[in-house]
Design a protein around this ligand. Structure first.
Ligand SMILES: [Zn+2]
Length: 109
């Protein structure tokens, strides 16, 4: 979820690389008054889904609510993912091709 930059229509705002923005925490806007809200707790339902328990910071509003945070998609694969994929592909090859590939890699190193 670290690299998700939602559009202006979203209630979840995050601009960690904006030099003008000192607060790098994820921010949520109140669905009733559009003021900033704080995330009081987070309930992980799954590694890719969480409920965010939010409280509006506007003292005249006081709305408390739950926002759902979900993973959407990968923009650039993790190096861990690439290594896992390479390992899976390598293991899928016959032993003779594995050895041939290893020899090629050693020769080019
Ligand atoms: Zn509010």
């Amino acid at each position: 979820m670290d690299n998700y930059y939602p559009s202006g229509r979203s209630n979840v705002l995050k601009f960690p690389h904006d030099p003008g923005e000192e607060d790098t925490e994820m921010q949520v806007k109140c669905t009733e008054c559009n003021s900033k809200a704080i995330i009081s707790s987070r309930n992980e339902l799954d590694p890719k889904v969480a409920d965010l328990y939010c409280i509006c910071r506007n003292p005249h509003c006081g709305h408390s609510f739950v926002m759902k945070l979900t993973y959407s998609h990968t923009l650039s694969p993790s190096s861990f993912q690439a290594r896992r994929m390479a390992t899976d592909i390598f293991r899928g090859l016959p032993k003779s091709e594995q050895l041939e590939l290893l020899q090629q890699l050693q020769a080019s190193a």
